[in-house]
Design a protein around this ligand. Structure first.
Ligand code: NDP
Length: 243
């Protein structure tokens, strides 16, 4: 298979499994140099070898919930000198204690904080630190992997999956961040969007999910790489959905 490296790079968090690994695979196949953010380098090495062109990929030790880890990963990234065009904030957690009959009233502050540390605070910190690099690249793109579980309007209409309060609240905060950041960067040539991947067969989504990983990720990548990518949208399979 012929392969053209397009001299652009993408950083994907949580890239050693699930949607993050498939996002890495598909972007790498399309010619991107892929920085794969992983928490475990040994597992990351195995994941990296499944890419079409592993020579155009690199592992970054990155726990987004740990500010020191974010700082050293960004430093490492900057030292490579690659023009970063894409940041995919994919890493996310749904903690066991969140999946209970009424997590809204029963969940403890520790679980709430831990969920926000990864799904929100860590993501904001990483994005802020990577932004100077993105701002140097024409047509830069930030994609936040959110969830319809973070949609206030769906929940207001008694969304049937209204449990997992910590997760839902963290994704709602992520959605608000997406809108704020898109507005802040509107004149600076960085597009910022959030996507709902659908309910996908991953460790988080479980075996009962209807969507296969490659199918869900193809829809995400098709949107992310659109020539006329909008900014400040919340999208599922290329179509806008309600915040
Ligand atoms: P998985 O549980 O399969 O994978 C989660 C990934 O996030 C893993 O690579 C994990 O790394 C990484 N991760 C978790 N915490 C951190 C952290 N603190 N720092 C860095 N990486 C971390 O989940 P999915 O692939 O399904 O989920 C990917 C994204 O899609 C998430 O944001 C999720 O909320 C979202 N989503 C998924 C849906 C689904 O149905 N699957 C539906 C809607 C949204 P490690 O292997 O080290 O644990």
């Amino acid at each position: 298979m012929s392969y053209t490296f397009n001299n652009k790079a993408a950083l994907i968090t949580g890239a050693n499994r699930g949607l993050g690994l498939e996002l890495s695979r598909q972007l790498n196949k399309k010619g991107y140099f892929v920085f794969m953010g992983v928490r475990d380098l040994e597992k990351g090495k195995i994941a990296l070898q499944t890419l079409t062109n592993p020579d155009y990929a690199s592992l970054l030790l990155l726990d987004v919930s740990d500010p020191a880890s974010v700082g050293s990963a960004v430093k490492q990234l900057d030292q490579t000198g690659y023009p970063l065009q894409i940041l995919v904030n994919n890493a996310g957690v749904m903690m066991d204690g969140d999946v209970m009959k009424d997590s809204t009233t029963e969940i403890g502050p520790e679980q709430l904080r831990k969920t926000f540390d990864t799904n929100f605070f860590g993501l904001v910190e990483l994005t802020n630190q990577v932004l100077p690099s993105l701002l140097q690249t024409p047509d830069a793109r930030i994609l936040n992997i959110s969830s319809d579980m973070g949609s206030l309007q769906l929940h207001a209409r008694q969304h049937p999956l209204a449990r997992t309060f910590a997760y839902n609240a963290s994704k709602a905060a992520l959605n608000m961040y997406t809108i704020h950041l898109a507005n802040a960067l509107r004149d600076k040539n960085v597009k910022v969007n959030a996507v709902h991947p659908g309910w996908v067969k991953t460790d988080m989504g479980s075996e009962y999910a209807p969507l296969e990983i490659p199918d869900a990720v193809t829809a995400i990548v098709d949107f992310l790489l659109k020539d006329d990518l909008p900014t400040g949208k919340f999208v599922f399979r290329g179509e806008e959905i309600e915040w």
